[in-house]
Design a protein. Structure first.
Length: 334
């Protein structure tokens, strides 16, 4: 890509540095899409080590990280923060931007040919590298993800709505495919129910009401979805509505959730809010929270606003009061 129009970014003429970074990420995504499509022919699913938090690293995790870092040489990015690196790494001295990225989200799904992705956040750079990232998510200049699935697609927000671009395999260009808005009604929820015994009572109560279906207080049947790829879950919910929950729980190492605030939850939260949804840590908006460490974890709940707000209400009020409150507002069945 040589021009902003290649991914529908003509309106970024007043933000040329942000446009350049997004074009660079799109070029890397195009190459990663090609490599991912080769699957086991390149043995990308092999485990090659662990990151600083003890998560397994696949070969493609490191390939994606190195590809992004190499492509950004000379770009207007001063600080680079990646899930695959322990610390912030300097890039272009004096450049105005900072990039936080999960180069390959959901890599445990590589071997089974399910959707994986790249998540990124673009922020104003400060003199202090950590201070560039440890700030409220509302200060992001842009956020997005690339999903590598049946189609390779870029979902992007510049803080003025969320939009979709799809990679045309014939031309190699990301073509605009329209704005995205989360449906306000849905009967789907996404959570790993195998962890039910570890959840706090408010989360159990919310899921219990969903599982009770038309015989319970929600008076409707629900379907559960779970892919174990944040990008895939986000793409489904932005497209079809519903709610995603990855709460904190009682297991060792999960007391603050499992997803990373800076380069997973904050960019997803901005995308979701700009698509008309809501995103919280179960109680408070993710975009209002300030992380205290680069790889800090946080619970994450996002999706159709009424569902997300109901989860927050379950944390604040007894179960029966939540039912009465939502019933009075005509939202009880949502």
């Amino acid at each position: 890509m040589t021009a902003a129009e290649d991914i529908g970014l003509a309106d970024l003429a007043t933000q040329p540095e942000v446009a350049e970074v997004i074009r660079t990420l799109a070029r890397v995504a195009r190459e990663l899409s090609r490599r991912i499509a080769r699957g086991p022919l390149e043995r990308h699913g092999a485990t090659v080590g662990e990151n600083s938090d003890g998560d397994s690293q696949k070969a493609l995790d490191l390939i994606a990280d190195r590809a992004v870092f190499a492509a950004l040489q000379g770009a207007p990015v001063r600080w680079y923060a990646s899930e695959e690196r322990d610390e912030v790494v300097p890039l272009t001295p004096g450049a105005p931007l900072a990039l936080a990225i999960d180069p390959l989200d959901g890599s445990s799904n590589i071997d089974v040919n399910m959707s994986i992705g790249t998540i990124f956040s673009i922020l104003p750079a400060q003199e202090d590298p950590l201070a560039s990232f440890l700030r409220p998510g509302r200060e992001q200049l842009a956020a997005g993800y690339v999903i590598y699935g049946p189609q390779t697609a870029l979902v992007l927000t510049l803080g003025r709505g969320t939009a979709l671009w799809v990679l045309d395999p014939e031309t190699g260009r990301f073509e605009p495919a329209g704005p995205l808005a989360i449906p306000q009604r849905s009967n789907e929820f996404a959570i790993n129910v195998s962890n039910y015994r570890h959840w706090a009572p408010p989360v159990r109560a919310y899921i219990d009401d969903c599982l009770a279906g038309e015989t319970g207080p929600r008076d409707k049947n629900f379907n559960m979805r779970w892919v174990a790829s944040l990008v895939a879950e986000t793409h489904r919910i932005i497209t079809r509505g519903g709610i995603f929950l990855y709460p904190a729980d009682a297991r060792r190492g999960y007391g603050h959730g499992r997803l990373r605030h800076v380069y997973e939850c904050a960019p997803i939260a901005l995308l979701v809010e700009q698509a008309g949804g809501a995103a919280t840590d179960g109680c408070d908006p993710i975009l209002d929270l300030v992380p205290q460490a680069l790889h800090e974890r946080t619970p994450l709940v996002f999706g159709t606003p009424v569902k997300v707000h109901r989860v927050a209400a379950y944390h604040d009020l007894p179960h029966e009061e939540v039912a009465a409150l939502f019933g009075q507002r005509g939202l009880f069945r949502q």
